[in-house]
Design a protein. Sequence first.
Length: 432
Amino acid sequence: MKQPSLRKGIVAAIALCLFTLLLAWLVVALNTRGETDVESAALEPSSIDAIAASAQQIERGAYLARAGNCQSCHTQAGGAAYAGGEGIATPFGVVYASNLTPDKKTGLGTWNSAQFWRAMHHGRSKDGRLLYPAFPYAQLSLVTREDSDAIYNFLRTVPAVEQANREHGLGFPFNTQAALAVWRALYFVPLQFQPVAEKSVQWNRGRYLVEGLGHCAACHSPRNLLGATSASLQFSGGLMADGKWLAPSLLSVDEASVSSWPDAEVMQLLQAGVSKHAIVSGPMAKVVFGSTQYLNDDDLAAMASYLKSLPQAENKLPIAEVVNAGVMQRGAKLYEKQCAACHGEQGLGVAGIYPALKSNRTVSMQNPINLIRMTIDGGFAPATAKNPRPFGMPPFGHTLTDREIAELLSFIRQSWGNHAAALTELEVMQVR
């Protein structure tokens, strides 16, 4: 009786081993699909020689790096440009951006263009190590090899800075290459940009900038529990990785859709940070400040063309229950004292300076996190060439209690034709 049981146990153990080996092989195969032997490209005559790059290519690389907003993440506040060290908060811990300067000890000084391309397209470092997707290679894999080489050659010209890369602050198992390999096998597929034949050259350029270099979906898409985005939910909005701001849906007329805007106003918002319809704030203000304000009119028009073409979901907000009279009265008094001087007694604001609160999408969004965040912390639109001295929103978090903020915002969300739900003290406390 024991012998058949032993035999079954051995067979089961062998089957489990084979299954484990098969899974391991599959993970490795999925993590190396489409890759070529990068090391064999190390002797490319122009791969590591910045002199071989033309001034025109370097200038183009600088422009493309701006389009990708690379400096924003790869420059620590007060630090040298592209020297890394900036912490990027994620639900799994902090990931620190790497040094992109041509320093041979701590930066990209010993990298060649093929290795840089592999990092952009496959999310793999020079030594073969898998990179964390806080570096948005899921979107940057759309970048062409020609543009990758131009960015590489530009980075070869920035001042070299010896600054060691910081160790990521990730807990187990998220700090292991094995866990990252499984994640990539599940969620990462290297992409290649293919123009849509029936669309215009302008539209295709816009799609390349928005989906690829601009990696807009990295913020404007929801993420699952493991931090992955889905192509089917692309641009439908999502919380930023640190949970402090909501990147609103680009597909919803109730959030951040620009489908009905004139092209010129979409371009103005991306270039100046302010338009007739909106003023950017929070993380988007950083994007305009460091990236889109520097794009040329052709590229801005291309982005406008693509953004306006995104499929729209008419998610009309339900009419909320009327706030009780006591809350409205107290909120009205707070508004008169704290807000009316800038935003007007009827919430109409001042065009291009103080945003109207009447029919304001940030005011009425179902998720009120951005509205609460701005009220607590205040903020400024970005200083841009076309709006060099923006007016700001002072912080009220230190002068108003959570209950007062909830009552003030409830009043605003149900005045002048706004019909959004009232806010509670708990909701304000959670954002604070």
